[in-house]
Design a protein around this ligand. Sequence first.
Ligand SMILES: Cc1cc2nc3c(=O)[nH]c(=O)nc-3n(C[C@H](O)[C@H](O)[C@H](O)COP(=O)(O)OP(=O)(O)OC[C@H]3O[C@@H](n4cnc5c(N)ncnc54)[C@H](O)[C@@H]3O)c2cc1C
Length: 560
Amino acid sequence: MKKYDIVIVGAGIVGTSIAYNLVPYDVSVVLLDKNNDIAMGATRANSAIIHAGYDPKPGTLMAKLNVEGNRLCERLCNRLDVPFRRCGSLVLAFSEEEEALLSELLDRGIKNGVPDIRILNQDELRAMEPGVSEEAVAALYAPSAGIVNPWELALAQAEVFVRDGGDLFLNTEVTAIRENEDPTRSGRYTIETTIETFETNVIILACGIHADTVHELIATPDFRIVPTRGEYYLLDKCEGNKVSHVIFQCPSEKGKGVLVSPTVHGNLICGPTSEVLNDDIEDTSTTSGKLSEIKEKAARSVGNISWRDNVRNFSGIRANSDADDFIIRQIPGKKWIFEAAGIKSPGLASSPAIGPYVVKLMKQRGVCLFEKKDVIEPNGEHYQSYCLSRSKVHFRDLDNSQREDLVKRDPAYGRIVCRCEEVTEGEIRDALRSPIPPYTLDGVKRRVGTGMGRCQGGFCGPRIVEMLLSYQKEELSMLASMKLPDEDAKMFSGALSEKDFPLDPGEIHLLLRQDGNGSNLFFRREAEADPSVIVSPEEKTSSEADVSKACASADKEVDV
Ligand SMILES: Cc1cc2nc3c(=O)[nH]c(=O)nc-3n(C[C@H](O)[C@H](O)[C@H](O)COP(=O)(O)OP(=O)(O)OC[C@H]3O[C@@H](n4cnc5c(N)ncnc54)[C@H](O)[C@@H]3O)c2cc1C
């Protein structure tokens, strides 16, 4: 049984944004996810656009969080050393009716507070983006739109959270949530999962396409998730500069339509389609029919895409819902359970604002959160800003003299493992020692970009598997030497006794922490959290009357 002040369920971009925004507070927090890594749901497979915010209906929470999230994203990515580019977006109109739609979007954009948005005529459009079809007669230009690496943003937020003392349980599916009869003894809620039982006073649900079924574990949901698959083409870097802006077509009832966009890695992405899934809601396969649809629709925007330079096809599943806004709230009748549900597109763009919004909502609803003491770190930075940033080596982006210095300091950076993406052994080793190390080939790819190039890992894959195995063996022998109590050793059962550490992520459940020096990773079970720290307005400073007042004011509106 583990005890925490706050349990967050779901480690996508939303759950990790909330976890990251709780870092400055003196509370014990655990992040749970049923998958074997961070960002394995919609956050892993989407268009990666930081939308400007002209699409959502004015006055909705979605409109507000989209524009605010877009504003916050660049600074957040700089702090977390995550690739982001404010490249701007263009919505193309191919007819007079669509031109009228552009005016509507412009009007919405202005109402939503999107900066510098305007309509371009055909000449201006062609001057700005020569690659677009000559049939496009006008475009809505939103210079604030951007592109990002979505899974790295989620991972970076989670890494900071773990590095700063948060706990992470992967491969941990929440299967039951119960209200406790005697909350003073054990916390308000018990959460059953596939590997461990948790007790807590506050729960935050951020479960993507499972938002309604997880909600159902504690109350009857008043919304329904409509999982909607979107398929994509990813084209090689030689196609990456076909366009320099995100190119949309006019949106319809079904969504934002097929886009053509550069990616932060230098590729070209085309898609997505839109298909409601009724049976297997996690089915991320791709189909020849939908891929043909993408080719046809994308060619309408940008004529000369070389489809032979396709390096990958993939699909992601949107958590569309039957509500026409994000559902971010305290669950009705459950005072200490919060949820972020129906976080469809523009959920990624909104995410930098969703974390702060949820933290503010919690405070307004009576959850007592006290900031950690701000101290000056040895490097002269304020703890509060230091603790929210991270950085890593990007060998590919260095000039020759920087590379030379780096290799002198550490020869591992002089050995290229992934030739397509120029990723070095040193960078892979850093990832393996990071606060949340990967333990699959795909996990290494998401952290350092190996296998993202033309050969798709054909050349570097075997070497990376070797590195993964040797690192994991090293960690396991260290773990074995730590003489873990039985309960801890149990967490690693099936792995310790085997000759070769299995790559099957289902066999190991990691509780990840970094040591005080900030470099070596080790696995340990924490001492039981002190339940007296638990965030409880009754037990801390507020009286019930204060709490009711806070709830009443939060019912009005929560500013981000
Ligand atoms: C095709 C497509 C294109 C998109 N394009 C864009 C775009 O360009 N720009 C944009 O802003 N947005 C876009 N979006 C939307 C964006 O990707 C999502 O809004 C965002 O990723 C949602 O994040 P999340 O954390 O809510 O969900 P997820 O990333 O799905 O995370 C939910 C997590 O909850 C975990 N979970 C679920 N149930 C349980 C359980 N019982 N126990 C433990 N863990 C559980 C899952 O494993 C998962 O990791 C797109 C989405 C799709 C699918």
